[in-house]
Design a protein around this ligand. Sequence first.
Ligand code: PLP
Length: 330
Amino acid sequence: MEMSHRSSNYAAIQETAINDLRELLSIPSNYKILLMQGGGTGQFAAVCFNLLGRTGVADYVVTGSWSAKAAKEAEQYGKVNLVVPKVAKYTAVPTQDTWKLDPNASYIYYCDNETVDGVEFDFVPDITNGVPIVCDMSSNFLSRPFDVTKFGLIFAGAQKNIGPAGVTVVIVRDDLIGHHMKQTPSILNFSQMDKNASLLNTPPTFCIYLMGLVFKWIKRNGGVVGMAKTAATKSKLIYDVIEESNGFYSCPVEKRVRSRMNVPFRIGSSAGVDALEKEFLAKAESQGMIQLKGHRSVGGIRASLYNAITVGETEQLAKLLREFAQSHKA
Ligand code: PLP
């Protein structure tokens, strides 16, 4: 933690982490990997400062609360075209044939996994007119393989799948660097970050060190293909219990786009029975399963099954869910 970020010892740590990430996702050499600060929220603004100036308008596919926040941030810097109709509750990803895209957009933005709502894309948009895709993968990064070349930019805060909060990974195609607005803060400027090898100022060195260890762990455990297999197994364990419960548990999200990372559900009825949900949370906590309460904006329960959660731990939750349903059914 005390190492100078200008030392050769630290340079080796950062370089190894970046090289391992490049290998894990087969990131081509024309894509830069930047390690930035400011989290996902910082990138909501950074994306605008660096890319929105090109035409002044951007497409936002809002499928949950995080993409909604990103679109709201972008409204400060340019024109936002909402590609899909506004909805009261986020439970689906409208298919691409229904999207109203602006051919003049600087980029098309979406969030691959909506952490709060449990909505995960089951496709990468097929964009053929050259408009780059910008994707927030904060909560499902490195949980499945994807073709980097289909994207202009991908960003991910570390704190779900790849390490502690404090570092944000940005993978950006090199031709998209250098189009920033004049007033872009240096700390959010991709060009300056790139020129300075992500060492414009003191980076969160310890977070980057830990993130590097997580990359090694992913490599030892089958890479992103291995992570995808485990994620499918874990999420199926929980969704199966929900489906088998005859409505005792209910997940509002359309089956096609149910998240493998965040499983939101209600207990007792589709709107949730408060007393049952409280009882369940207390029971889970007494067994060491903490923080299963849903996000305050949606309520209910949310089981987050990030890469570090084991199949065994997920089985423990599935078992509790079955027992709880059994003991509360007539
Ligand atoms: N995007 C997604 C998908 C998230 O889940 C989060 C946080 O949970 C954010 C963005 C915001 O990240 P941060 O809190 O690092 O700003």
